[in-house]
Design a protein around this ligand. Structure first.
Ligand code: AR6
Length: 178
């Protein structure tokens, strides 16, 4: 993987609560019925307020590996991009979540996004493999076409110490500095 300073300036690893981030869009690790659940989904819905659940109810459904966008309501983030990760450890579906979130971001003329570690909580995807898929997929997406000109900031929001460690260990493989 070659060094690309422009790409490196776009990505960040940040540890903490995704509901506090002032970005164009935060990613929700949703369920296919788009109902308020537990984990990061529960945290996003409680901070956003009841209107978020109402907009999700109108949308109704999201397939595994796909993504849909709503407003952010009471969140500091302007929008929420809801993606449904795999429940069965399917890496292609997890890869698709990252790609669809980025596609939905740029289709809506938005330029900053924060991902959580999709599927690695309640859905049980192995943390290490998930971190490689997240970093590799985002790198490949940024390399494609002129995608790196279309976004300003992509944050990998890690919440657990294990993910903080894995992302810091693996980031240089996909985003080498020199
Ligand atoms: N900020 C950032 N990351 C968080 C936060 C937070 N406030 N809270 C948890 N995480 P999970 P899944 C991390 O379980 O595995 C829900 O019920 C968490 O540590 O939220 O995709 C949905 O409705 C983990 O790293 O999502 C679905 O039914 C990551 O977020 C199902 O759970 C994802 O863990 C989705 O399960």
């Amino acid at each position: 993987m070659k060094v690309d300073e422009k790409i490196n300036s776009i990505i960040k690893i940040w540890k903490g609560d995704i509901t506090t981030l002032e970005v164009d869009a935060i990613v929700n690790a949703a369920n296919s019925a788009l109902r308020p659940g537990g984990g990061v989904c529960g945290a996003i819905h409680s901070r956003a307020g009841r209107q978020l659940a109402e907009e999700c109810r109108k949308i109704g459904h999201c397939e595994t590996g796909d993504a849909v966008i709503t407003k952010g309501y009471n969140l500091p983030a302007k929008h929420v991009i809801h993606t449904v990760g795999p429940t069965d450890g399917n890496g292609e579906d997890l890869r698709s979540c990252y790609i669809r979130c980025l596609e939905v971001l740029v289709e809506n003329n938005l330029r900053s996004i924060a991902f959580n570690c999709i599927s690695t909580g309640i859905f049980g995807f192995p943390n290490s493999e998930a971190s490689h898929i997240a970093l590799k997929t985002v790198r490949e997406w940024l390399e494609a076409g002129n995608n790196k000109e279309k976004v300003d900031e992509i944050i990998f929001c890690v919440f657990l110490p294990i993910d903080e460690r894995l992302y810091h260990e693996n980031v240089d493989t996909y985003f080498p500095k020199n």
